[in-house]
Write a protein that binds this ligand. Structure first.
Ligand SMILES: Cc1cc2nc3c(=O)[nH]c(=O)nc-3n(C[C@H](O)[C@H](O)[C@H](O)COP(=O)(O)OP(=O)(O)OC[C@H]3O[C@@H](n4cnc5c(N)ncnc54)[C@H](O)[C@@H]3O)c2cc1C
Length: 357
């Protein structure tokens, strides 16, 4: 992964290919820095992986299967998101009140294992960012579940609202092409000349990024008027782990599967049953919930599950955000633009800067 300063694109004409979370943030920050930005995005139907995401900003919970690099980038992004939302000046639902990790009493082994992994990986930081609650009162409707772990610094954003806001600002201040990029190379997209090109095509860039592959994920959106949970909830279970993400007006996202496949076809009966029965076992109010959407997509993943920034002259590829598009994009994009003389931290009036990729 390259982080050498490679150029200066301030005030220049640039192209961004792909307007998922990665491309949209790249394009918007470049627009804020005074670039003439051209966005190429063919998807009018909101089918990209970034629309499927639950929008959790969960650096601690993700530590179970990730590492210190993702954790530090994640913390930086969590601190950058409020400035991004403020600067967009459009309604975006977000919450910064943490995650509650719970289990059924018979699954306390899986819960304890999760706690031990976090203690081990976080070391001295464990007590500052996590709290073991023997009797939790944070979510009164989940009191029967016993001991919980509260991950205080986690947050969430509504992914649809974030993308809608970014796209609106880009369509107002940049050149938006409802077009697929058929050819992408240094300083060129579809034969048009640019000072710099950003390839943010997610999984569609697999032919140009060795090892990039898709990991199928499924998530269900329900309307559950009988459930009143405000924080994100992770349920530890020996076989499958689920999360419940509360949104406005008693809507909940229940996710997510993780299957080694690039199949983005409709959700399987098995996944639907597992996710919904796990949610129902946590709160019986989900029995009467109405299913609003069953969404499937393939996360763009590298072989080591780390994000990549690949700079060549006139062309930067940003990819591999895997399970962490919203968790990582602000820090990763800031790092990529930093190598091209755009200081995202000063645009966002933040002192935070990513230097760990
Ligand atoms: C079920 C599920 C739940 C998830 N939950 C979370 C979560 O809670 N938190 C989190 O941080 N992450 C989550 N993720 C991961 C997150 O969705 C991804 O990491 C992220 O969306 C990747 O963003 P991207 O912009 O790199 O790619 P994409 O979102 O795939 O965007 C790529 C864009 O490029 C466009 N494109 C492709 N080819 C071309 C071309 N030739 N020309 C022009 N445009 C093109 C596509 O139309 C698309 O819009 C989840 C993923 C799934 C599947």
């Amino acid at each position: 992964m390259s982080s050498t300063p490679v150029g200066n694109i301030r005030g220049k004409k640039i192209a961004v290919v792909g307007a998922g979370i990665c491309g949209s943030l790249t394009a918007w920050l470049a627009q804020q820095a005074g670039c003439e930005v051209h966005v190429f995005e063919p998807d009018r139907d909101k089918k990209s992986c970034s629309f499927t995401a639950a929008g959790m900003l969960a650096p601690m919970a993700e530590l179970e299967s990730s590492d210190d690099n993702i954790y530090r980038l994640g913390l930086q992004s969590v601190s950058l998101w409020p400035s991004i939302i403020k600067a967009l000046e459009l309604p975006i639902f977000s919450r910064h009140d943490g995650t509650l990790v719970v289990s059924h009493r018979q699954d306390v082994g899986a819960f304890n294992q999760f706690v031990n992994v976090l203690k081990n990986k976080l070391g001295e930081q464990f007590s500052a960012s996590c709290e073991l609650l023997r009797e939790q009162n944070l979510e009164p409707e989940l009191k029967n579940l016993g001991t919980a772990l509260y991950l205080k610094k986690e947050a969430q954003v509504d992914s649809h609202q974030v993308l809608a806001a970014l796209h609106k600002r880009l369509q107002q201040g940049s050149h938006w092409h409802w077009q697929r990029a058929e050819s992408i190379s240094s300083q060129q997209v579809n034969g048009l000349e640019f000072s710099w090109v950003f390839d943010c095509r997610g999984l569609a860039a697999a032919q140009d990024i060795p090892g990039l592959h898709g990991v199928r994920g499924e998530v269900i959106t329900v309307h559950a008027p009988q459930v009143n949970i405000t924080r994100m909830v992770r349920v530890m279970h020996p076989r499958y782990k689920i999360y419940i993400v509360p949104r406005e007006h008693n809507r909940y996202l229940i996710g997510a599967t993780e299957i080694q496949s690039e199949d983005t076809g409709p959700m399987s009966v098995r996944s639907t049953l597992e996710l919904l029965s796990a949610a129902f076992s946590v709160h019986s109010g989900f029995a009467e919930a109405r299913i609003l959407a069953l969404d499937t997509n393939a996360r763009p993943a590298t072989l080591d599950h780390q994000p990549i920034i690949n700079h060549q002259f006139g062309l930067t590829r940003i990819n591999g955000l895997y399970r962490h598009g919203y968790l990582l994009a602000p820090a990763v994009v800031a790092k990529a633009l930093g190598a091209l003389a755009i200081d995202a931290a000063s645009i966002l009036k933040q002192g935070v800067y990513a230097d760990c990729i």
